[in-house]
Design a binder for this molecule. Structure first.
Ligand code: NAP
Length: 419
């Protein structure tokens, strides 16, 4: 019997909420709270006839700690799932701490306004000291480590697919498959086609910020940063086929470098078609990916937010997306004194996801792990106190639960390696 407050009601949250309602013996009560309450009400009305879970809804501006605190105090949840945007991570964590409730999210903190001088001063120092220039890193949330520990609370960071399952795959490989891991390549392939000339598969503002930034990887104890999309490889993905993929910076590289002992190199690759890249370059050249506000007809607008308002809502892509995603990790290392390679991955079909929960596979592969991570916490399997990333928890019950709720893994010990 658990009460869970879910903040956000977009593409990812919708899947997680559908899945919570499939496990109503644990998720007995959920409150869906978001900026636009009508979306929460519509989803609650759709799900209510199908589940024993008692669903309520609320309006909240999660940028405001006091509003989140008021909601937590009124609802008294056992866990808060932050499925809104990375911009809200710190305000929601702050409210959780004040109200003594545990926390889970799917992406690490990033500020909405990257021109804020106070934030920029800390950011520029970090770029200089650490050697990567992404606008997000774990330091902001890890700053809550001691406070969460002292309060006896758990914060589970980045519990989607990547970050999230990708780190559980690493923990699993370290626990069962290797004595030492030398290299990790995380490969994220979306072989889906939504038929639009240009659209993103999750929140377009967050997505375009991420993919237009410089890439970076971890090698021999330090970051190597490269210009955006400047390392390209081809990979023949199981059930998808040959795709171009590009090296990106990705948040889990930072935590894996800390938690996988002796690892020499960690890279992250994501597939993109040429048309996507050409559109993105053009939008960037026109200034539409900028997060710096501009004056337009007497109004201040952020170009990237304006662009987001023109692009298809990722939550609307479900019915029209066909094809599969294939996301996983390739490892090299040693076991029992012998060299070993190992690939663990999941394949997910966009249309199967749509028929099950009304969403495409990118939302599905994020929302299902969020529900499974919450289930790990609520059933007492993941109870480390403090602020932790997914590879710090036992991967076994998590992978078992992912398989049960729609994301089974496949394995190979003879994968094609990435050069
Ligand atoms: N780990 C992974 O594998 C992975 C993969 C994909 C996405 N993600 C993360 O998943 C999260 C959700 O993505 P999505 O595609 O579901 O985004 P989305 O469709 O844009 O949904 C975001 C939701 O958050 C709500 N929201 C935004 N600001 C808010 C505020 N101040 N207060 C309350 N609610 C607010 C939005 O409300 P409105 O309806 O009013 O806009 C919307 O319901 C993002 O953080 C993204 O980075 C993680």
């Amino acid at each position: 019997m658990s009460r869970v407050l879910i903040i956000g009601c977009g593409g990812v949250a919708s899947v997680a909420i559908h899945k919570c309602c499939q496990v109503s013996e644990v998720f007995t009560d959920i409150c869906i709270a978001s900026r636009t309450r009508s979306k929460c009400d519509a989803l609650a009305a759709k799900l209510a006839p199908t589940t024993q879970t008692k669903i309520t809804t609320a309006q909240v501006d999660a940028d405001k700690v006091t509003e989140v605190k008021r909601l937590i105090e009124a609802y008294k949840p056992d866990l808060v799932m932050n499925l809104a945007l990375p911009y809200q991570d710190l305000t929601i964590m702050e409210a959780c701490l004040a109200c003594k409730v545990s926390y889970l999210d799917t992406a690490n903190y990033e500020p909405e306004d990257t021109n804020n001088p106070a934030w920029r001063a800390i950011y520029e120092k970090r770029c200089h000291e650490e050697g990567f220039s992404a606008h997000f890193d774990y330091s902001w949330q890890l700053a809550y480590q001691e406070k969460f520990k002292e309060a006896g609370l758990t914060a589970i960071l980045g519990c989607g697919f990547d970050p999230g399952v990708s780190q559980a795959y690493c923990a699993y490989a370290a626990k069962h498959e290797f004595d030492t891991i030398d290299t990790i390549d995380i490969l994220d392939c979306n072989g889906g086609d939504h038929g639009h000339p240009f659209a993103t598969n999750f929140n377009s503002e967050i997505n375009l910020r991420e993919v237009s930034a410089p890439g970076s990887y971890w090698e021999e104890g330090r970051w190597v940063e490269i210009p955006p999309m400047s390392i390209k490889r081809q990979y023949d993905f199981d059930q998808v086929g040959l795709r171009d993929m590009y090296l990106l910076h990705h948040e889990e590289i930072e935590s894996l470098a800390k938690h996988i002992p002796g690892v020499k190199r960690i890279r992250f690759f994501m597939t993109f078609g040429q048309s996507y890249l050409t559109h993105m370059k053009c939008l960037q050249n026109c200034g539409l990916l900028s997060t710096a506000p501009v004056e337009f007809n007497g109004q201040r607008i952020v170009p990237l937010q304006f662009l987001k308002s023109l692009l298809p809502d990722p939550a609307s892509l479900g019915p029209r997306t066909v094809g599969k995603t294939n996301i996983g990790c390739i490892f090299t290392g040693t076991k029992d004194g012998k060299p070993k390679t190992y690939y663990i991955y999941n394949i997910c079909d966009h249309q199967e996801c749509y028929h099950e929960v009304g969403s495409q596979a990118v939302s599905y592969t994020t929302g299902v792990p969020a529900m499974c991570g919450a289930l790990m916490f609520l059933t007492g399997k993941w109870r480390l106190k403090g602020v932790h990333t997914v590879e710090e928890f036992d991967p076994d019950p998590f992978l078992e639960t992912l398989s049960k709720y729609g994301l089974p893994h496949r394995e190979s010990t003879t994968p094609q390696l990435v050069d």
